[in-house]
Design a protein around this ligand. Structure first.
Ligand code: PLP
Length: 444
């Protein structure tokens, strides 16, 4: 609304209030009933939330969990392939470490950068002792805050942040919250490499967006389940350094790599060290620790100081109890049981999915997601006549007709796909896949 019209509207409303009050003054100290709505209107007329809030909705992953809870409460069938949560009950020793920290009253504020002993342990957990020390680590409220700190620490409002082709759901909302502009790098041959981008794709995007300040790569990737090889990773880093942009690597799923492979470490040396930041955390590599909200970033000292400065004003760091649990988890020898269990579940879901006519599942190399190309079903109709025009319609149809919770590709800027998390019981995968198959066979 233009200033003039806004002002006229405001004056008109004042006049209506005056008219409504005429003759009423002195009858009571209360606002006459017919005036109250006008007053409310007056208050709300110039009331506006930030425009950026209209650019995104609440996290679709967390919404999926809400749907599961609602359906279970209502006694409806539900097969939960929605939220990417490392399920399965907390390790007893980790729980004990949390209890002990509470019992010992270790609940005071601590260094906003995180407990020194935890930061030391993070360095050895990542095996980066040669390049970094505890001064390079900032412990945050989940990996989410570590990423947000980095966006704020590196960029000024209006700068551009580059993401890969299928960005994880919260990257873009965070970018808008920080007053920045998100851009996804499109692969020249999306099908050939399961949406992974090459160094020439990145170079093209950088040339197009000259005010890009960071390229954030998620490898292993949520949602596509792909992982960048050491060669691919280091080529992308080289492109960033050559173009003077930061390279942020979200490696949150780095312990869940299948088929005998392991996570390829980025090369850190004198040249690359100032430009690389790595993000990791507790949520995905151990069972049931996501709610503790512990994540961390590791990078150059000045950037770590800036991230700590920012979070010291926003959250003061993450809860002390969670940090003691993290310390226990990182100190213990890593148990590969969950990775091995997930590999079997991956195989189970992949074999059933690829047997469903028209469906093409990506081979999952890492993380715990099966990413399905479902474009063959677009244009078909549900038994009630509803058109399946895209992945949102298909996800809604699977939920309503079969109780199957999945995320549509649109949540990851990739129309044409569905994401299914297979971090659940084998029986749920078996039964859920039968339900998916039946629902898809009902499409006409
Ligand atoms: N990055 C990726 C790729 C994720 O999948 C998630 C959570 O799903 C996060 C970051 C956020 O992790 P956290 O729960 O530790 O904040």
């Amino acid at each position: 609304m233009g200033r003039g019209r806004e002002l006229r509207g405001f004056m008109n409303m004042r006049l209506s209030i005056k008219a409504a009050c005429r003759g009423k003054r002195g009858t009571s100290g209360l606002i006459p009933r017919r005036i109250a709505p006008i007053r409310r209107g007056l208050r709300q007329q110039n009331r506006q939330l930030a425009r950026k809030i209209q650019l995104f909705g609440t996290s679709r992953c967390l919404d999926a969990k809400r749907k599961v809870i609602e359906r279970r409460r209502a006694g409806l069938a539900v097969y939960d392939f929605g939220l990417g949560e490392a399920k399965g009950g907390i390790n007893g020793e980790f729980a004990e470490a949390g209890k002990q920290s509470l019992a010992a009253g270790r609940t005071e504020y601590v260094d906003p950068q995180g407990l020194l002993e935890l930061r030391r342990q993070i360095i050895s957990w990542l095996g980066v002792e040669r390049n970094y020390g505890p001064q390079n680590v900032c412990v945050s409220v989940g990996a989410k805050q570590a990423i947000f700190n980095i966006l704020l620490a590196i960029c000024d409002p209006g700068d551009t942040v580059l993401y890969d082709a299928a960005p994880w759901v919260s990257y873009i909302p965070m970018t808008y919250c920080a007053g920045l502009i998100p851009q996804c790098v499109s692969p020249k041959y999306p099908e050939a490499n399961y949406l992974k981008i090459s160094s020439s794709d990145l170079e093209r995007a950088i040339n197009r967006h000259r005010n890009a300040r960071i390229f954030l790569l998620n490898s292993p990737c949520n949602p596509s389940g792909q992982i960048y090889s050491a060669g691919e990773l280091n080529e992308l880093i080289e492109v960033c350094i050559r173009n003077r942009i930061f390279f942020a690597l979200d490696r949150l799923y780095w312990k869940t790599v299948f088929d005998g492979y392991s996570f390829p470490e980025p090369v850190i040396n004198e040249v690359s060290e100032p430009w690389i930041i790595q993000i990791d955390g507790l949520s995905k590599n151990w069972r049931s620790l996501g709610g503790l909200r512990v994540g961390w970033s590791v990078g150059s000292e000045d950037l770590t100081r800036a991230a700590t400065n920012i979070q010291s004003h926003i959250t003061s760091g993450t809860a002390t109890v969670g940090q003691y649990v993290a310390l226990e988890a990182l100190t213990k020898e890593y148990d590969w049981e969950m990775r091995d269990d997930l590999q079997e579940k991956r195989d189970l879901m992949f074999s059933v999915a690829n047997d469903i006519p028209g469906l093409k599942a990506f081979p999952t190399a890492a993380a715990f997601y099966s990413f399905w190309d479902v474009r063959a079903y677009f244009g078909s109709h549900a038994p009630n006549g509803k058109l399946i025009a895209g992945s949102d319609d298909l996800a809604e149809y699977l939920l309503n007709s079969a109780g199957v919770v999945v995320l549509p590709g649109t949540a990851f800027k990739q129309e044409g796909y569905l994401r299914l998390c297979f971090h659940t019981a084998k029986s749920e995968i078996q039964e859920g896949m039968l339900a998916v198959r039946a629902a898809i066979e009902d499409l006409c």
